[in-house]
Design a protein around this ligand. Structure first.
Ligand code: UT7
Length: 330
């Protein structure tokens, strides 16, 4: 029998940089309440959101992803030619083929990278980061661009008081490269497929009469319950998988779905008071696959967290799917 050679890669992988792009139209709660029967007070109390970023017509999933990726590549001190793999997470790209990653690679001027899209909704970025870590350590990749991008307003019913005020548009990217030290902990991921129907974007086929595009549908209370019970336990497992205790953590960056979910996780995890916690949702809303990388970028750019600190990331949402890992901040 022929002996198949296998390769091994760098001993470890690490985040090298971040990049971000937020939809340029800022919609505050007062404007939101001209579209739905709600109030600034209700939205802030129930979610923490005070405004959201929505994309204009000219800002597309393609243009926003490219902008975030360009910034991440530049901050890593690399050029597009150094990127050999692109993993793009999205649920709001309306074109099925080719992958959105192909267009991003074209616009960036990459030279023949491996490239693909993944659909894991709000967990998509952390799924992609888990893959990037493995690809680098197995030698399949050298420098991986992981980007989460959404234009969720393309999928919104702006008059649905159960969803319209929550979702937003933007892109967040990281470059992942080789490392001599461990800097990305084991990915802890999984799902509850029995709840696949509680959070969906409708199919283009058989749209209800009078509707011209698919809408997000969500049974918010069911997602909320899952996130504050099951996911809080997975966050603790993610820390343990990295061999760390709550006291070892500097920064907590959960998916920006609802500040009440974040508060509940904090109580559950018993994190020390001085852990910096992302509250990007207040000014951004929920941008699904872009949420974790945008929050990561914001916390670094604001100076609330610094390079070399230890952060717990966890994404969760439609599927219902989740993924998390502990990382050293770039
Ligand atoms: O990114 C993917 C993951 N997504 C999530 O994690 C979302 C998780 N879910 C949530 O964040 C929450 O379920 C929501 C923020 C979406 C809703 O909050 P809730 O506390 O679960 O509200 P509810 O649906 O249980 O409704 C409570 C009350 C109801 O009134 P009554 O029956 O108590 O009189 C609703 O009619 O709030 C009312 N309500 C609203 N009032 C003002 C529902 N939506 C609104 C609204 N404005 N937009």
């Amino acid at each position: 029998m022929a002996q198949i050679s296998v390769r091994t890669g760098a001993p470890y992988a690490r985040l090298l940089s971040t990049g971000a792009y937020r939809g340029s139209r800022v919609v505050d709660n007062a404007e939101m309440c001209t579209m739905i029967d709600s109030s600034d007070e209700w939205i802030q109390q129930r979610t923490g959101i005070s405004q959201r970023h929505w994309a204009t017509e000219d800002e597309t999933v393609r243009s926003m992803a490219v902008a975030a990726c360009r910034q991440a590549i530049e901050r890593a001190g690399l050029s597009a030619a150094d990127i050999d793999t692109i993993i793009l997470a999205t649920v709001s790209n309306s074109q099925q083929m080719p992958s959105l990653a192909s267009y991003v690679a074209q616009d960036l001027g990459c030279t023949g990278p491996a490239m693909f899209d993944i659909s894991a909704a709000c967990a998509g970025f952390c799924y992609g980061l888990g893959l990037a870590d493995s690809l680098i350590r197995t030698g399949a990749a050298g420098h991986v661009l992981v980007v989460g991008v959404e234009k969720l307003t393309d999928t919104l019913d702006a008059h649905d008081r159960g969803t319209a005020f929550l979702f937003s548009d933007g892109a967040g990217a990281v470059v992942v490269g080789p490392s001599e030290e461990p800097a990305i902990g084991p990915v802890v991921w999984g799902s509850d497929p029995s709840q696949a129907e509680v959070l969906t974007i409708q199919s283009w086929r058989n749209l209800p009469e009078g509707q011209d595009h698919p809408h997000i549908t969500m049974e918010g209370t069911k997602v909320f319950r899952w996130a504050t019970t099951f996911i809080a336990d997975r966050a603790r497992e993610t820390l343990e998988a990295a061999g760390l205790a709550p006291e070892d953590l500097d920064v907590f960056i959960p998916h920006q779905a609802n500040n009440r979910i974040t508060d509940s996780m904090l109580r559950h995890l018993k994190l020390p008071k001085d852990v910096v916690v992302s509250r990007d949702i207040i000014q951004m809303g929920n941008s699904s696959a872009a949420s974790v990388p945008l929050a990561l970028d914001a916390i670094l750019q604001s100076g609330e967290a610094t390079s070399g600190q230890t952060a717990l990331l966890i994404g969760f949402g439609a599927g219902l799917a989740f993924a998390g890992q502990v990382v050293t901040l770039p």
